[in-house]
Design a protein around this ligand. Structure first.
Ligand code: ZN
Length: 290
């Protein structure tokens, strides 16, 4: 019973011209909104705002949405593990972590000393050059589907690339004047954005987004904060504030919430920049910038 319904649905979709892009998480949906701007397509987002994209439980309606989409855009098994099996048989999938030209980094040890072999740090959308690679790949995928609109998609991707280049240059200048750019993270989500801002990662409290730190690691971080006079602490929405306070052990600290998933950015052509700017604003403020 289910198969004919899905076939009928995909037939109906193939008759309509406007492309439907389904992105796993908001930053990818925002890139898709930039690429499809003005082309009458529809962009939707699988993991709702506020849900953990690291450990999401898909609903039955998500399967239907995946079957309906013309292009499915996701980071890849390093991030949305729950999608790995669901997407195995789908033909129109763009996997960001394996696109040619994407810069991939290994996950770092929480003490900041070295990386873990065989891993991929999934937060790769935070590197503006990676966002551009994703935008261009999506434009090509849509161009193959709708050759008449190919030039429009490519133009949108090129405009996005220009805006990202401007953004990178302006943020680099803005962060240069800060006296210190050292920070401690709640969970290590920032290495793709660190080179652009000249940030100095000094460790993260959590080994993974869902695990508590061990006592030895906690002590090491507390000592480092004291010895190096670190005051900037980057946490994501809903982070354990008591834990952060405890590791600073009475020292002055400036903990901020950084929205790595751009949940407050509007789903429009310039939403990605808005999300990235909100994030860099928060980090700038954390480091004492005015
Ligand atoms: Zn994360």
């Amino acid at each position: 019973m289910r198969l004919p319904a899905l076939l009928l649905l995909s037939l109906l979709c193939s008759l309509s011209q406007a492309a439907e892009v389904l992105a796993s998480i908001r930053p990818l949906a925002l890139i898709a909104a930039a690429v499809t701007d003005g082309q009458g397509g529809r962009v939707s987002q699988l993991v709702p705002a506020g849900a953990s994209s690291h450990h999401y439980q898909p609903r039955p309606s998500d399967r239907l949405a995946l079957a309906r989409a013309d292009v499915v855009l996701w980071i890849g098994p390093a991030h949305e593990r729950f999608l790995t099996r669901m997407l195995a048989a789908s033909p129109n999938v763009l996997t960001a972590q394996s696109l040619p030209g994407i810069s991939r980094k290994l996950q770092r040890r929480p003490n900041g000393d070295g990386a873990i072999a065989g891993t991929v740090d999934p937060h790769l959308w935070l590197e503006p050059d990676n966002a551009v690679v994703i935008a261009r790949a999506l434009a090509e995928a849509l161009a193959r589907r709708e050759p008449a609109q190919a030039e429009a998609y490519r133009k949108n991707a090129a405009a996005f690339a220009n805006r990202m280049a401007t953004f990178k240059a302006s943020q680099a200048v803005r962060f240069q004047g800060l006296p210190s750019r050292s920070f401690v993270a709640y969970h290590d989500a920032y290495q793709y954005i660190e080179p652009m801002l000249g940030l100095n990662f000094r460790g993260s409290l959590l080994q993974s987004p869902e695990s508590k730190p061990g006592a030895k690691h906690f002590l090491l971080m507390s000592q480092r904060i004291r010895q190096e006079g670190i005051f900037c602490f980057l946490g994501e929405p809903g982070f354990d504030k008591a834990l952060a306070k405890h590791v600073f052990n009475g020292r002055p600290t400036n903990p901020v919430e950084v929205d790595e998933l751009f949940t407050k950015a509007p789903l429009d052509a310039v939403g990605f920049e808005a999300g990235l700017l909100q994030m860099t604003d928060a980090i700038h403020g954390c480091l004492g910038g005015k």
